[in-house]
Design a protein around this ligand. Sequence first.
Ligand code: NAG
Ligand code: NAG
Ligand code: NAG
Ligand code: NAG
Length: 441
Amino acid sequence: MAPILQLSTAALSLCVSLIAWLRSKPSNPFSTADIEPFHISHYLSNNTIRSWEQGVWTQALLEVHNPELTVFATNPFPHGRLPMVPCDLHSVPGLASAAAYTQVNGTLLCDGGGSPADPASLGTQAVLLSSRDPCQTRPAFPSAEAFRDAAKSQAEYLLHNATKFHINETHAATSHRDEPPELWGDFVYTVPPFMAYYGVAVESAEYLDYAVRECQLYNEALATDVRLASGAQCSGLWRHIVSEPRQLPKDVCCTDPYVWLTSNAWAIAGMTRVLASLKPWTTTRLRSWSDDGRSFDRDAAIASLTNIIKDMLNCLILQTRGDDSDLLKNYLDGPGSASSAWAFGDAAGTALVTSAVYRLATLLPEVFAKPEYMTWADRNLFAVAKHVHQDGRVGPVAQINGVPSTKAVDTTSEGQSMALLLYAARRDFLRARGWLGRLGL
Ligand SMILES: *[C@@H]1O[C@H](CO)[C@@H](O)[C@H](O)[C@H]1NC(C)=O
Ligand SMILES: *[C@@H]1O[C@H](CO)[C@@H](O)[C@H](O)[C@H]1NC(C)=O
Ligand SMILES: *[C@@H]1O[C@H](CO)[C@@H](O)[C@H](O)[C@H]1NC(C)=O
Ligand SMILES: *[C@@H]1O[C@H](CO)[C@@H](O)[C@H](O)[C@H]1NC(C)=O
């Protein structure tokens, strides 16, 4: 009996050391009880008022609760179509909220406060609501057809009616605001992801082409050079807002010539959602869709957006972090710029850009699942987790009541949503990597 006993003792001690080793691995900070997404989402729910806040909040709820309905699903377009949404929206809180926020009878999906672009942040949700199962009982929300018409009206307005910003004699981009013409990096999260998704829904190359072209034009106009703390220079990050005319009269909204983290994060995360809409179409229709003599080159679009994102990230990872927070800085123009006075660590922008990196590493692992990006993203993740407070509040974050954003505040609605997006992106990244990912290896 003794050898068997010895063997099982050895096996037991091996087990014990294996367990000890696993427990000594850094744990996934988002799997610990004090930073459950429930607390984060609870904190924000009474404070989500403006159009884009409602857009990103409902998108974050979708990504947390119903990843199968988002472009980040393993199969976002089952049989080449939109996923079906159940009639009863109780199990889909992101769409129940989006349905409540959306006005289906107007030109735009809601009041954008002078921006035709911000209401489009509810656009992907409206397209999904147009794919809702018919209801047997009296539905609590407008019909699928009503949402289809509302999404169409928003999309057509952006394509044909919205103010244009002239980049040069031959090219113009859609302005983020009605007047004066302005390009905001923020636009790239609200408009292109919607237009790409809408293009898939109505099988139109024109909308897909528009989505990608706007990202390229915005990059053309907003990308700039940054002088880093080390003295080195890098290019690729975007200024926040460029206006026409460049110098606005006093009291005319809005201008911000500096490199704002949140705006760059919006742009990177928005282009990531466009990439996720294009990625599944490897051999099927979309690869060669064309209408009105227009054709859409999916592979060239993916390559172009990937390059823009890489240039932005490559300049971002060289930046020093904010004070002792270990968060990325609110402004990224470097110590020689006036904006360095407001370059505090910002949990919101850090969360959003990091969520995009986990999504990119899942979508395009050959480009982004590299140590230089993943080590950086993990450090950002831990820094954000340290700034999720017991009650669910995420802060400090950049103030959004005016531009430039010069103050750190305790919490914002968009900051709460961005932390939820990070939670979902990290969770899905670990799931995609299987058991190795779950062990944090
Ligand atoms: C939201 O709720 C918190 C906590 O109850 C409260 O302090 C805050 O003022 C509320 N915000 C709004 C906009 O109602
Ligand atoms: C659309 O309906 C909402 C109420 O659901 C109403 O407040 C709004 O004025 C309507 N807008 C138009 C353009 O009819
Ligand atoms: C948009 O422009 C078209 C013509 O290009 C016009 O027929 C339509 O009325 C306009 N829509 C709005 C809401 O301004
Ligand atoms: C205008 O900008 C577009 C887009 O960046 C570029 O392709 C084109 O060459 C530019 N045209 C002129 C005349 O500079």
